[in-house]
Write a protein that binds this ligand. Structure first.
Ligand code: F6R
Length: 608
C-alpha cells in the first residue's frame, strides 16, 4: 500500500509520477520512491518521509531524465518505514523494478525458496520477493514471467513493473488491489486511484483481477492471467477531484466503512496457514504464552471498546483473567503488575499519548507488552516487546471504522492462538472458528447493503435529543462503540448501558419516544435482554434491536429489528457493529454534520 503511478510517453516521466503521487497524498503514506529508465539503466530514488523529500532529492524530477517510470507512496505493512523498505524494489542486477500495493501472504515461503536458489534480500518487505521472483522466471518475455508469478503469489497486489531489456513498455497487473490505466496526450499512464490520472484523462480502463496491462507510448494492451489477449472498454469518469479522492463515496467515513471487508481479509488471511494461526511478529513462544498469568488490555476510545470485547474472548479461550483499562486511567492508578502479566495495548495510530504512556508504565513495572497497532513503525510498535499489526491501511475519517474492525480480528486471532498454545481449544474447534472468521468479510459486505433501509429508519430520529444503547456481556462492548460513533459525529447525546444497570437510576431519562438501541447476539442472554427491552418499552421507549437471524422472541419485544447473520458468538461483534456504524453515519449526514471533520492526512491522533 498505498499509491502507484506509472508512465511511458513523450514527456519526462519523473515529473508526471511526482505530480500523480502528490494527488494521492491524501491517502496517507510514510515513504515514497520512483524508478526511471534513462535509456541505459533503471535509476531508483526513494526515501522515508514526505514526497517533498523525494522531490528535493531529485530536483523536482530533473535529476532523473527518462520517458518511462513507476512511482510509489508506501504505507508500511511489512517492515518499518525506511529508505530501504520504500518502493520501488529491484532484482540484484537492477534490471527489473517493481512497485506494489497490497499484501503478499505467502512471502515468507517464497522468500525461503528464493534464498535456497541463491537470492539475497535487502529489505524487510513482502514486495521484494516479487522483484526476485520475476527475475527467476524472466527468460526474455516479460508477459510470460508475469503470468508465472501471478500463479505463485498469494494475497493481494497491484504491481507496476519495468524491465530494463524492454525499454519501450512497462507492465501492470493486479489482484484485490485497484489499478487503472489510461491514455494521455503522447503517452499512457497507470495509477492505483483515479485522482492521479484526472489531469490527463477521464477515460480509464479498470484492470480486473489477474488481468495484465502492457503500456507502450501509443498503445495499451490487455491480457488475461494466461497471457492471452483481451479486449477491454474504457469507462468515463464523471467524478470531480473531491469525489475521486473518496472513490465516489460521499464521505471518507463511508468509503472506509465499505473497506471493512478488505481490512478484515487483509488482517486475517495472511495469518492463516494450513489451518493454523501464524502471527510472525508476535515474538512470543508457545511456552511463554503458556506462562501468562494475567492479561491487562489498555487503550483509548474505540480501541478500548475492542479491548472490552477481547476480554470475553480471551477469558473464554485462555482462561487467563483479563482486566481492561482506559489508558488515561491506567497510567495514573498504580496498576498491579506481577510476574507473568502480559499487557496488550491497542492503538490504530500507535501514537496516542495516554496509550504510549501506559505502555511505558507497564514496561517499567516489568510487564511484557504486546502492541496491536495499525501504523507500522509508530512509537507503540517500536516500544512494545512484540507487535501484531492490523492491516486496515490508512484511515482518514475521524471516526474509526475499518481500523476498529481490523482490531477485533487481530484480537480474535490472538485469543485463539493463545488458547491453542495453552492446550485449551481443540483442533476441531479451531478449524471451525477459522472457517467462521473467513466468512466475516462476505457477511460484513452483506450487512453494508442495508444502508438504504437504515437511512430510512435513521431519518425518523434526526431530531432526537438522546439515544440509548443497551447490551449485556460482549454486547455491552458493542453498545459502547455504537454510542461513541453516534455522539462523535452526530452530536446527539448518547449513553451505552449494561442493560441490567439501566434500571438503577438512569432509566428515569427514558421517556415517551426515546430511542433505545438494543444489541442481542448472545443466545444465553436473550431472555434477560428481552425483559430489559420490555422495561424501557413500558416507559414509552421505541426499541430498535440488532440481533441474530431467527430470533422471533426479539421481534415481539422490539419495534424495529435489524438482523445479522449467525456465527460464532464471540465474532458477532464484528457483524453487529456494521448497522450501528451505518445508523450513526446516516443520522449525522441527515443532520447536516460533517462526518469527515477535521480532516487530517492519515489520522494519527495524539491526545494528551
Ligand atoms: C473514535 C476514535 C477514537 C480512537 C482513540 C484511540 O472513532 O477514533 O476513539 O479510537 O482516540 O486512537 P488510537 O487507536 O489511534 O490509539
Amino acid at each position: 500500500m498505498c499509491g502507484i503511478v506509472g508512465y511511458i510517453g513523450e514527456q519526462q516521466a519523473a515529473s508526471i509520477l511526482l505530480d500523480g503521487l502528490e494527488k494521492l497524498e491524501y491517502r496517507g503514506y510514510d515513504s515514497a520512491g520512483i524508478a526511471i529508465y534513462d535509456g541505459q539503466k533503471i535509476n531508483v530514488v526513494k526515501s522515508k518521509g514526505r514526497l517533498k523529500v523525494l522531490s528535493e532529492l531529485t530536483h523536482e524530477g530533473a535529476l532523473l531524465p527518462g520517458n518511462l517510470g513507476v512511482g510509489h507512496t508506501r504505507w508500511a505493512t511489512h517492515g518499518a518505514p525506511s529508505d530501504l523498505n520504500a518502493h520501488p524494489h529491484e532484482n540484484k542486477e537492477e534490471t527489473i523494478a517493481v512497485v506494489h500495493n497490497g499484501i503478499i501472504e505467502n512471502y515468507i515461503k517464497l522468500r525461503g525458496r528464493l534464498e535456497e536458489k541463491g537470492y539475497s534480500f535487502i529489505s524487510d518487505t513482502d514486495t521484494e520477493v516479487v522483484a526476485h521472483l520475476l527475475d527467476y522466471y524472466y527468460k526474455g518475455d516479460p508477459l510470460e514471467a508475469i503470468t508465472k508469478i501471478i500463479h505463485r503469489v498469494e494475497g493481494s497486489y497491484a504491481l507496476g513493473i519495468i524491465f530494463k531489456e524492454h525499454p519501450d513498455e512497462f507492465y501492470a497487473v493486479r489482484k484485490d488491489s485497484p489499478l487503472i490505466a489510461g491514455h494521455t496526450e503522447g503517452g499512457n499512464i497507470i495509477a492505483s486511484d483515479v485522482p492521479a490520472v484526472l489531469k490527463y484523462t477521464r477515460d480509464v480502463y479498470f484492470i480486473e483481477n489477474e488481468e495484465i496491462a502492457r503500456l507502450r507510448k501509443d498503445e495499451i494492451s490487455f491480457f488475461n492471467g494466461d497471457g492471452e489477449p483481451l479486449k477491454k472498454q474504457s469507462k468515463k469518469i464523471e467524478w470531480d477531484v473531491d469525489a475521486a479522492e473518496k472513490g465516489g463515496y460521499e464521505h471518507f467515513m463511508l468509503k472506509e466503512m465499505y473497506e471493512q471487508p478488505k481490512a478484515i481479509t487483509d488482517t486475517l488471511s495472511p495469518r492463516l496457514k494450513d489451518g493454523k494461526i501464524d502471527i510472525e511478529e508476535l515474538n512470543m513462544s508457545d511456552e511463554e504464552i503458556a506462562n501468562i498469568k494475567k492479561i491487562m488490555i489498555v487503550a483509548c476510545g474505540s480501541a478500548y471498546h475492542t479491548g472490552m470485547t477481547a476480554k470475553y474472548v480471551f477469558e473464554e479461550m485462555t482462561r487467563i483473567p483479563v482486566e481492561v483499562d482506559v489508558a488515561s486511567e491506567f497510567r495514573y492508578r498504580n496498576p498491579i503488575i506481577t510476574d507473568g502479566t502480559l499487557v496488550v495495548v491497542i492503538s490504530q495510530s500507535g501514537e496516542t499519548a495516554d496509550t504510549l504512556a501506559a505502555l511505558r508504565e507497564s514496561k517499567e513495572h516489568g510487564a511484557r507488552v504486546l502492541g496491536i497497532v495499525n501504523v507500522v513503525g509508530s512509537s507503540i510498535a517500536r516500544e512494545a516487546d512484540g507487535v501484531m499489526y492490523t492491516w486496515a491501511g490508512p484511515e482518514i475519517a475521524v471516526a474509526t471504522t475499518k481500523a476498529y474492525s481490523a482490531q477485533l480480528i487481530a484480537l480474535y486471532l490472538l485469543a485463539i492462538k493463545m488458547g491453542q498454545a495453552r492446550g485449551l481449544v481443540s483442533e476441531e474447534k479451531i478449524l471451525e472458528m477459522l472457517e467462521d472468521l473467513k466468512r466475516l468479510p462476505t457477511q460484513v459486505e452483506m450487512l453494508l447493503e442495508n444502508k438504504k433501509k437504515i437511512q430510512k429508519f435513521a431519518n425518523r430520529y434526526l431530531a432526537a435529543e438522546q439515544i440509548f444503547f443497551i447490551g449485556r456481556g460482549i454486547d455491552y462492548a458493542i453498545s459502547q462503540e455504537g454510542s461513541l460513533k453516534l455522539k462523535e459525529i452526530s452530536y446527539i447525546h448518547s449513553e451505552a448501558y449494561a442493560a441490567g444497570e439501566l434500571k438503577h437510576g438512569t432509566i428515569s431519562l427514558v421517556e415517551e419516544g426515546t430511542l433505545v438501541v438494543s444489541v442481542l447476539t448472545q443466545e444465553s442472554l436473550y431472555k434477560k435482554m428481552i425483559s430489559n427491552m420490555e422495561e424501557v418499552r413500558t416507559r414509552g421507549a421505541f426499541v430498535m434491536a440488532v440481533t441474530a437471524e431467527g430470533n422471533d422472541e426479539v421481534e415481539q419485544a422490539a419495534d424495529y429489528v435489524i438482523y445479522i447473520p449467525k456465527t460464532n458468538e464471540y465474532f458477532m461483534n464484528s457483524l453487529a457493529i456494521i448497522p450501528l456504524q451505518l445508523f450513526a453515519y446516516e443520522i449525522a449526514v441527515g443532520r447536516g454534520c460533517d462526518v469527515d471533520k477535521p480532516r487530517n492526512l492519515a489520522k494519527s491522533v495524539t491526545v494528551e
